[in-house]
Design a protein around this ligand. Structure first.
Ligand code: NAD
Ligand code: UD2
Length: 309
């Protein structure tokens, strides 16, 4: 099959491209390289540099594909609030461009939504039937993608699947921004021998899902298209506190650094855990990689254990 992966030079997209190629598919990547890098991209993929806000570029990229994985987005919540109009164009209008281009051939669209659509809904665990209450421009636009995904299915007969990723981590995740994922930041700091900063008391929890599991879910969603629009949580159903995480990262790295407790981030969510049951009943599996195992894989990609080997 021939697939388009938008955002295929980014963290999650580049792992998906590797899997699709390993499974024998042809892959075209559309990416503007704004946060992604060609260093991430498998050389066997075909690459087009272009912006998802450009309908002509999207139409051209979609011309011969059997399905599209739409991952291109401005993934930073902080940026979505600062650059409201622009991130809206990328994160929501970009999705509509992809769905519009899928109309002609009714090819399946599998796209990245986010746990951010739940916002301040405190249900534990969060399931797909819980009320979306986004608190950020990013979350609102991801919910918008789901609504347009429904329209795409109802009006235009395009099978659409939205995957609500929880906190994804793994190799190639960029640790450089203060808003990067906590695991990428902790791994980077431990490797540099710098102290870890924990915001608040560290008892807040997250549902961390390993990128390899996320890629399996993306692939399963494409291989089992149905008529209509679907959304799934992509999560493990297990909680890890940030305190515990600091300890696990040091264990996996075999190095100790200081842990400093700082003031909690404004609006930080205390507990976020997803319910993976809908995903498991549709695909027959759910993300299973434990944080300990995933951290070992992440740290080995950063060179831990190489000297001993
Ligand atoms: P990333 O920033 O590493 O990847 C995004 C990719 O999209 C990059 O390669 C970037 O260059 C590209 N891109 C951005 N704007 C573009 C544009 N206008 N046109 C074309 N390409 C553009 O982020 P990621 O973590 O790999 O996220 C992938 C998807 O998953 C995003 O849709 C994100 O919102 C979603 N998501 C990620 C997480 C997470 O924990 N990482 C959680 C929830 C949802
Ligand atoms: C995640 C997403 C965000 C949005 C949100 C929705 C990432 C990077 N962010 O935010 O895009 O979808 O979920 O709810 O995936 N922390 C520290 N020290 C650090 C960094 C973080 O203690 O150096 C804490 C932080 O205060 C938070 C937890 O770690 O309690 C997780 O932080 P995060 O930025 O990785 O992700 P989160 O869940 O806030």
């Amino acid at each position: 099959m021939q697939y388009l992966v938008t955002g295929g030079c980014g963290f999650i997209g580049s792992h998906l491209v590797d899997k699709l190629l390993a499974d024998g598919h042809s892959v075209l990547v559309l990416d503007d390289l704004s946060t992604g890098s060609l260093d991430n991209l498998n050389p066997e993929a075909e690459f087009v540099r272009g912006c998802i806000t450009d309908q002509a570029a999207v139409d051209a990229a979609m011309r011969n594909v059997d399905g599209v994985f739409h991952l291109a987005a401005i993934a930073s919540v902080a940026r979505s609030n600062e650059e409201w109009s622009w991130t809206h164009k990328v994160n929501l209008t970009g999705f509509v461009h992809v769905a519009d281009a899928a109309r002609a051939r009714k090819c399946p669209v599998v796209y990245a939504s986010s746990a951010a659509i739940y916002g301040d809904n405190c249900a534990l665990p969060l399931s797909e039937t819980d009320e979306p209450r986004p608190m950020t421009a990013y979350g609102a636009d991801k919910l918008g993608c789901e609504l347009h995904g429904r329209v795409g299915a109802l009006i235009h007969g395009i099978p659409t699947t939205g995957l609500r990723f929880f906190n994804v981590y793994g190799p190639r995740q960029d640790p450089k921004s203060p808003y990067s994922g906590v695991i990428s930041i902790f791994a980077d700091r431990v490797m540099r021998g710098e102290p870890l900063k924990v915001f608040g008391d560290g008892h807040q929890t997250r549902d961390f899902v390993y990128v390899g599991d996320v890629v399996r879910c993306l692939d399963a969603a494409m291989q089992t298209p149905v008529r209509g629009a679907r959304v799934f949580n992509v999560c493990t159903g297990r909680a890890t506190s940030i305190r515990e995480l600091a300890h696990l990262v040091m264990m996996a790295a075999g190095r100790e650094v200081a842990v400093r407790y700082l003031e909690a981030r404004a609006g930080d969510i205390h507990a976020s855990i997803g319910d993976p049951r809908r995903l498991r009943s549709a695909f027959g599996f759910k993300p299973e990689t434990s944080v300990g195992t995933g951290l070992m894989q992440l740290l080995s990609s950063l060179g831990v254990g190489e000297k001993a080997a």
